[in-house]
Structure formats: C-alpha cells, structure tokens
Design a protein around this ligand. Structure first.
Ligand SMILES: Nc1ncnc2c1ncn2[C@@H]1O[C@H](COP(=O)(O)OP(=O)(O)O)[C@@H](O)[C@H]1O
Ligand SMILES: [Mg+2]
Length: 355
C-alpha cells in the first residue's frame, strides 16, 4: 500500500474568532490526541464550522494559538497544512470522472499523474468503490458520492481529516451505514479525525471524544459515556439524550455518593461538588420506574398520556416533581391513562447537574 498516514494532534490554546462584532468562538482550549475521532457537537450557530475551518486554515483566529502535530500553524495558510476536509455538499466536479475527482487534489499539489491515479485507485478501494473510477459523479448515489469525497480527502494523506456534517444530505437509513464506514476507516487507518455534527446520536455512535459547544464556548468535553452518564450541566443532560430536570434535597454524603430526597424517595448518585441543600438532578426517561400500586412508594403520580411504540411505551406523568417524560420497556404491563401510580428511580439514569 502506498498511502501512508501520520496522525497528528490538534491543540487550541485560548482561541477566539470575531467576525466584525460577532464573536463566533470565545476563548476555547482543547486537545485532540493523534488517532482519535473527536466530534464537535452543538446546536446550529454555536461555532462548529468556524472551529473546523480554523483547523483547516480557511479562517484564522483573532486571538490564541493553534498547533497541529506540535507545530504552531496559527498563521499558516490552508495550503501549507497537512489537513483535508470532507464537505457537507461533497463538492465533486461534475464533468470529471470519479477517479479524476479523487486524484485532483494530488495533481494540483504537484504529484506525478501516474502516481496520482495509482493513489486515487487505492483511495477508491478503501471506500469500496474500486470499480467506479470511470463513472461521472452524477452516475452515483448520494452515499457513493459522499464516499468519493472521503476518498478524495484520504488520498492527500492528511495528518488530520476534517468532516463537516458529512451525512446531512443522506436519508436516515443510509446515514447509519455511512457513519459506520467512516468510523471503521478512521480506526483502520489510525487517522486523527475531527467530525462536526448537530446530531447527538451520530456523535455518540462514532466518537472517541465529544466536544459539546454552546454559544461560542465549550460546554463539556468527554467520552460519549461520560457525557451521557455524568452530564455537567442541564444543557448537556438535555442535549445528549432526553432528560427530566427535577429538584431534590441533598441530605448527606457518603464517600462519593450523595443521598438525595426526591419527593420523599431517596436516591444515591455521585455527588460532584455539591455539599447540601437544593440540587438539580437530570433523570433519563427510562430511569423513572412506574408502579401500578399507587401506594408502593412515597411519590405519587398520575398517567396523563401513554403512547405505545412497539418496543416501548412513552408516558407523561404528572407528579409533585412536575411533569415527567418516561420510557418504559415493559410493554406487557401498560399503565392506563388517568390511573394513579407510584414512582421511584433507577440510580443508573440519574446525575447531579449544575442548575
Ligand atoms: N464569515 C462570517 N461572517 C460573519 N459571521 C459569521 C461568519 N461565519 C460564521 N459566522 C457567525 O459565527 C457564528 C458561528 O457560526 P458557525 O461556526 O457556522 O456555527 P455552526 O457551524 O455551529 O452552525 C454564527 O453566529 C455565524 O452567524
Ligand atoms: Mg456548521
């Protein structure tokens, strides 16, 4: 194999980016380790694309430093960086064959034609399109065009591969398939990849680390499991998966666990820094346990909506903690709308968050 990858790290040190008087990025710092797939996740307008474009060298920071592979690239233009980008729109040339599209970046950067074609074929082989080199992009499906765009980025042997919402033009079923392919390739080649999405499920599925952004800053960085199980804030709890936010009273701490009184029911969760008094808990919809027997716990509720979805029943429960959204996988034990029930909680789906 002639394609050869040296995965680079990416470091942002106190980076800000202003466009006129709009602050797109406000003093962010993070480190991406070589060989990792890190996702920038957040709502539209939070600064994901701007961050990616600064890694690419298509935008330059107003303040701060950027290092790629330990080299300060803050002021280097895009052409002098070892990164390549896969765009949401694919951006293939319609009049060039698939192989010519993939080879294009190489020939522009001075690679001999024969070597460029050889690498292009290897790139197409990596994405499972070895037999499609002679076709035009218009003769491929959307998913295949996206794979051509990935091959075109890979043949440049980037230290860092950048992907900006690469699946957003694909339909839902295909999206899952292509995201698995991208993840497999990244792991197989040991690439450093920075992946932008606004879709939390996609981020959970593909990432080693997720950097959640909100309003130009980093809200939390961690593994998918850390973000889901130990969300630092109500924003993260609600953005990564669904969460009910409820208020409880922290009564005592025992080792790493806090005992919290939630409407008369005691729960134990990792305590973070809170010591006592009122606290906010994020409660996953499937962490609320419903009991048909209304007196089973100290916490009463009433079923106000019930929707059967085949593998689960989704309930809305009115309770003294407020309205709760509950998912129950015991579809053989439905709770009837209007009935009085009792509630408690499964500790696995609870986390203390900053209010
Ligand atoms: N070239 C630009 N000129 C002015 N404002 C911009 C420019 N690029 C981005 N912005 C603004 O910066 C903010 C972040 O944008 P962007 O990085 O595209 O967000 P995201 O990719 O998370 O949706 C937005 O408020 C956007 O309007
Ligand atoms: Mg964007």
């Amino acid at each position: 194999m002639s394609l050869d990858y040296k995965a680079g790290s990416v470091v942002f040190e106190k980076v800000s980016k202003h466009f006129g008087n709009v602050t797109a990025i406000d003093d962010i710092s993070f480190t991406i380790e070589p060989g990792q797939l890190v996702t920038l996740l957040g709502p539209s307008g939070c600064g994901k694309t701007t961050t990616l474009r600064m890694i690419a060298g298509l935008e330059h920071p107003s303040e701060g430093r950027i290092l790629i592979g330990d080299k300060d690239v803050t002021n280097l233009p895009a052409t002098d960086r070892d990164v390549s980008m896969v765009f949401q729109s694919y951006a293939l040339f319609p009049h060039m064959s698939v192989a010519e599209n993939v080879a294009y970046g190489l020939t522009v950067s001075g690679t001999r034609k024969s070597e460029a074609i050889e690498k292009a074929l290897e790139g197409l082989n990596l994405v499972g399109l070895a037999d499609y080199g002679k076709r035009l992009p218009s003769e491929l499906s959307g998913g295949q065009q996206q794979r051509v765009a990935v091959a075109r980025a890979l043949v440049l042997e980037p230290e860092v591969l950048l992907l900006d919402e690469p699946l957003s033009n694909l339909d839902a079923k295909l999206r899952r398939h292509v995201r698995e392919e991208i993840r497999d390739l990244q792991q197989q080649l040991g690439l450093t990849a920075v992946y932008v999405t606004h879709d939390q499920e996609e981020a959970l599925a593909v990432s080693d680390q997720i950097i959640v952004m909100n309003k130009s800053v980093i809200a939390q960085q961690g593994t998918p499991r850390e973000l889901y199980e130990l969300p630092a804030s109500a924003f993260i709890a609600d953005f990564i998966g669904d969460a009910n936010l409820i208020v409880g009273e922290l009564e005592k701490r025992d080792g790493g666990l806090a005992s919290i009184n939630v409407g008369g029911v005691e729960v134990k969760v990792p305590h973070r820094e809170q010591t006592q008094g009122q606290v906010t808990l994020a409660v996953r919809p499937d962490a609320v346990i419903l009991h048909q027997d209304a007196g089973a716990t100290a916490l009463a509720g009433e079923v106000t909506h019930a929707s059967y979805l085949g593998n689960q029943i989704q309930y809305t429960i009115a309770s003294e903690l407020g309205e709760l959204f509950v998912i129950d996988y015991r579809v053989d034990q439905p709770m009837v709308k209007g009935s009085s029930i009792a509630l408690d909680f499964n500790a696995r789906g609870l986390a203390l968050v900053a209010a």
